[in-house]
Design a protein around this ligand. Structure first.
Ligand code: FES
Length: 165
């Protein structure tokens, strides 16, 4: 697992579930908001897992087959991580102010732009608007775990560690 997490940082609370709930609530749990909700879920988690699709179907009171059908029909939804590793950089206001653009520049330079996977398949990169951990800015979700207050140096070290050239 990643070696870049600072030892003096307390356990990180993952607020993505709460954010997804809020997105569904904003649409009054209407099935008409399915695509919007799937977008939010993918932005928060990087890709749509079976568990996520099941939760969304239940909350929006839609048949799971319909949710899966929509998720597989549109090419911009992904049901699995594309790269060996995935990194979602939060570019919301707090993270932007705290240096998210610097992290994005490192990833663009060494791996891939947001929304794509590096040519060697090592890393899929995504950007999110806010992952609900603004106090840990700039926050990054790396292989499903939140890395708080990540610096470009730490990011470079982790990319070196996993063999990104
Ligand atoms: S702005 Fe990045 S976690 Fe909220």
């Amino acid at each position: 697992m990643p070696v870049v997490t600072k030892p003096d940082v307390p356990a990180v609370k993952d607020n993505r579930e709460r954010f997804l709930e809020r997105a569904m609530s904003r649409h009054h749990y209407s099935g008409d908001a399915l695509i919007e909700v799937l977008h939010t879920a993918q932005e928060l988690y990087g890709f749509l897992t079976p568990a996520l699709l099941k939760t969304i179907a239940r909350k929006l009171r839609l048949p799971p087959s319909r949710v899966l059908g929509v998720a597989t029909f549109y090419h911009f939804f992904s049901l699995e991580p594309k790269g060996e590793h995935s990194m979602i950089v939060c570019t919301g206001t707090a993270c932007y102010v705290a240096g998210a653009q610097g992290l994005m520049r490192v990833l663009e330079h060494r791996c891939a732009k947001a929304g794509s996977t590096s040519p060697d398949g090592k890393m899929s990169v995504q950007a999110a608007r806010c992952i609900g951990s603004c106090g840990l800015a700039p926050a990054v979700i790396y292989d499903g775990k939140i890395l708080p207050r990540l610096t470009p140096d730490q990011l470079n070290a982790e990319l070196d560690r996993i063999g990104v050239k």
